[in-house]
Each structure stands twice: as structure tokens, then as C-alpha cells.
Design a protein around this ligand. Structure first.
Ligand code: SF4
Length: 234
């Protein structure tokens, strides 16, 4: 169900990379870790909240502490929110994240008292996405992370790297907001390629197409990159 992405007018006559070409080239450039499906959507959901605005290392530490302090999700709700805040402090923004996690677990408990979200694997994709984004503070990126990493469903998380690289490559308009870019990018890639596309674009954003100083002179995609929004000095 691959459909073409609507491109900015000035790029409509310019040849751009197709998702499958980007994957082929970046797979050769970086070593992409194989997809590992965790089969634990609630774990993935809480970990994704913890990962906001911090490194993978810090969010991993915070999750590790959380699991050590609380034997199960119900015990998080049975304790004062300050205990959760203290447990997740290594992940940063603990006051905000602890309240958000508390709210999310409260809502989930009302709908799924055993906190089991396995039903998301069998729901139509859009229903699963809508269910997740109805939770407090859960946006399209977090929902996509849960569905992709926990359940292997073809949803594309668009983080800051994916958004920046896809805009520079002209795959989505420069001024498009992240949520709309998410919809367009996800539609442009075959479901079987979603994980590869996500991982490859992230690697490229981290290692070559950096935010401040993209290494265009070393970039394997430079041949068909319009460098949209890239500073003239880069
Ligand atoms: S050519 Fe430059 S702007 Fe384009 S993808 Fe490569 S590093 Fe990014």
C-alpha cells in the first residue's frame, strides 16, 4: 500500500531518492540492528515516555530503577507519585514524567485492569493507534514506537532525526509539522520496510546528517539530495 508523498512544488521536477533506495544505500553504510520485537506494549510505552528528551542510556537507567522499585504496574499506582519520581530520576524531567506515567497507568487500569495491552496486536492498525493516542500525553510518535517495537506493526516513529533528514532530502515539505510528516512518510514506505527506514534515517541523522553541521561532502545520499533547509555554509 505504498502511495506517493506530496512533494513541495519546487521539488516536483527534481529526482529524489525513493524509500527502498535509501534503505539499500544506508543499510550498506551503517550496520542496522535486527528488529527485536519485545511483545510487551506497556513496557515499551513507559520506556518511550522515559526516553523523551534524554539519551537511551539515561532512559534505560530510569526504567531499570523503576522495575527494581515496583514489582508490578499496580504497585506504581498504589504508591505516592513522589516514589515514582525518585525512581526515574536518572532519566531526567522526573517531576513531569512521573506525573505523566501515573496518569497513563491510571487510564489504562480503568480500561484494562490487568495492564495487558496485547489486544493492540490484533486490532486494525488505526484503531490501535487511536487507542494509544487517547492516553494522556501519548502522541503519534510514542504510539508508533509501541506498535513497531513491541508488536512489530508497520508504524513509523518520526523523531527529530527522521524529521530533519527527510526534510533535507525533500521527502516532505520543509515547513510541515511532525505529525503530518509522520503520516506522509509512513504512507510512502512499504509496511515491510518501515523498521529499516526508521532505523536507517535515525542512523544517518546521528552520524552524517547532523542538525548543526551535516557532512554533505561525505554523504552517500548527496547525489539526489536537494539539501532543503541546510545552511549555505554546510
Ligand atoms: S547531502 Fe547533506 S543534507 Fe543531504 S542527506 Fe546528506 S548530509 Fe543530509
Amino acid at each position: 500500500m505504498s502511495t506517493s508523498v506530496q512533494r513541495p512544488k519546487k521539488l516536483q521536477n527534481q529526482k529524489l531518492w525513493k524509500p527502498e533506495q535509501i534503505i539499500e544505500i544506508l543499510d550498506l553504510e551503517y550496520s542496522r540492528p535486527p528488529q527485536q520485537i519485545s511483545n510487551s506494549p506497556i513496557f515499551e510505552l513507559i520506556l518511550t515516555v522515559l526516553s523523551q528528551h534524554t539519551s537511551d542510556h539515561n532512559s534505560g537507567e530510569a526504567m531499570h530503577h523503576l522495575l527494581r522499585v515496583f514489582p508490578n504496574w499496580q504497585s506504581v499506582l498504589d504508591s505516592p507519585v513522589q516514589v515514582l519520581e525518585e525512581a526515574i530520576r536518572p532519566g531526567g524531567l522526573a517531576p513531569t514524567k512521573s506525573k505523566r506515567i501515573h496518569q497513563i497507568l491510571t487510564d489504562i487500569q480503568q480500561m484494562q485492569p490487568d495492564f495487558n495491552l496485547d489486544f493492540l496486536a490484533d486490532q486494525p492498525l488505526e484503531e490501535a493507534r487511536t487507542w494509544l493516542t487517547s492516553l494522556p500525553g501519548v502522541g503519534p510518535k510514542t504510539a508508533a514506537c509501541v506498535l513497531l517495537f513491541a508488536l512489530g506493526r508497520p508504524t513509523l516513529p518520526v523523531d527529530t532525526h527522521v524529521e530533519r533528514v527527510s526534510k533535507r532530502l525533500g521527502l516532505v515539505p520543509l515547513k510541515m509539522n511532525a505529525d503530518t510528516a509522520h503520516t506522509l512518510l509512513e504512507k510512502s514506505v512499504k509496511p515491510k520496510d518501515v523498521y529499516a527506514y526508521h532505523m536507517d534515517l535515525i542512523q544517518h541523522g546521528r552520524r552524517t546528517c547532523n542538525a548543526r553541521k551535516p557532512k554533505c561532502d561525505q554523504c552517500v545520499l548527496v547525489k539526489k539530495c536537494p539539501k532543503s533547509g541546510v545552511p549555505i555554509t554546510a
